[in-house]
Design a protein around this ligand. Structure first.
Ligand code: LHQ
Length: 263
């Protein structure tokens, strides 16, 4: 499928999706969000794709909502904000959480507003050392969306989440890592190689099990311990039914490296 606002490439089991509106720092208009959702669906449906990598073109990762679309300068009517949130961001976050394949996010520059929270919805976030995270919503009188009110307090705690949301200050990638918001920071020049290596490595692993792990983590965000222990029993049985489990055990006993197929 041809895309106008994103790039989509499949290679070595990894689907790489690049937000591609660099002239506006890859800020989201509705068509870009629709393309991103379509690309995530394509990645979910394609059995040969075993990991997804999301990044941005140019110097930014994503500056959140395209404010020219939300509030057109020429006075033409803007779509209702709730519609933008429901159509642009909510399905995108749901798609990232629902795809039962690892989603790596390579934050290559500033991630602001919905762009910051899009990254936080991904499974593994790796950032360039010159990247930054801004809960920019407060600067324009809005609240964090794109799952920010869900993920941010869970990742960094309510005290830090509240301060980040209220002040809207730019947070360096190093500080984001230090407070547990993201997984890893690398030299900017190494981000491309390192993020691809992470995604490729994941794509060769027991990805069916990763999908089940992700399902379990998703459920743990709402469950109590008893319910979650039961989820683990059920999903462990499913994981143990995969050929990757059989291969993993066999390879261990035969003292060789396993070859996982993601099934
Ligand atoms: C932009 C944008 C942008 C358009 C840079 N839009 N052009 C949900 C529902 C409905 C409504 C609203 O929002 C939401 C969710 C949200 O995401 S709210 C938060 C929206 N995002 C922001 O408020 C961030 C706005 N951008 C910035 O604060 C800065 O651009 C950051 C801090 C991201 C980067 O600063 P700089 O590195 O200094 O770059 P810049 O400001 O010079 O931007 C470069 C160009 O990109 C510039 O255009 P120009 O023609 O002058 O080169 C900007 O106008 C454009 N741009 N963000 N969100």
């Amino acid at each position: 499928m041809p895309y106008q606002y994103i790039l989509f490439e499949a290679d070595q089991g990894v689907a790489t999706i690049t937000l591609n509106r660099p002239e506006v720092l890859n800020s989201f208009n509705m068509p870009m969000a629709a393309e991103l959702q379509g690309a995530l669906r394509a990645a979910a449906d394609d059995q040969t794709i075993r990991a997804v990598l999301i990044t941005g073109a140019g110097r930014a990762f994503c500056a959140g909502q395209d404010l020219a679309e939300a509030a057109p300068a020429d006075g033409s009517p803007a779509p209702p904000i709730a519609d933008i949130v429901r159509r642009t961001y909510n399905p995108t976050v749901r798609a990232i959480r629902a795809i039962e394949k690892p989603v790596v996010c390579a934050v290559n520059g500033v991630a602001a507003g919905a762009g910051a929270n899009l990254a936080l919805a991904c499974d593994v976030v790796i950032a360039a050392d010159n990247a930054s995270f801004v809960q920019a919503f407060s600067k324009i009188g809005l609240i964090p969306d794109t799952g920010g009110t869900f993920f941010l307090p869970r990742l960094v705690g309510l005290a830090r989440a509240t301060a980040l949301a209220f002040f809207g200050d730019r947070l360096s990638a190093a500080d984001a890592q230090a407070m547990g918001m993201i997984y890893r920071v690398v030299e900017a020049a190494r981000l491309d190689d390192e993020s691809r290596a992470l995604a490729r490595r994941l794509a060769t692993q027991p990805t069916r099990g990763f999908g089940l792990t992700k399902r379990a983590f998703n459920q743990s965000l709402a469950n109590d311990l008893d319910a979650q222990l039961e989820v683990e029993a059920e999903l462990q049985a499913e994981a143990a039914g995969t050929s990757d489990f059989a291969e993993g055990v066999r390879a261990f006993l035969e003292k060789r490296q396993p070859t996982f197929a993601g099934r």
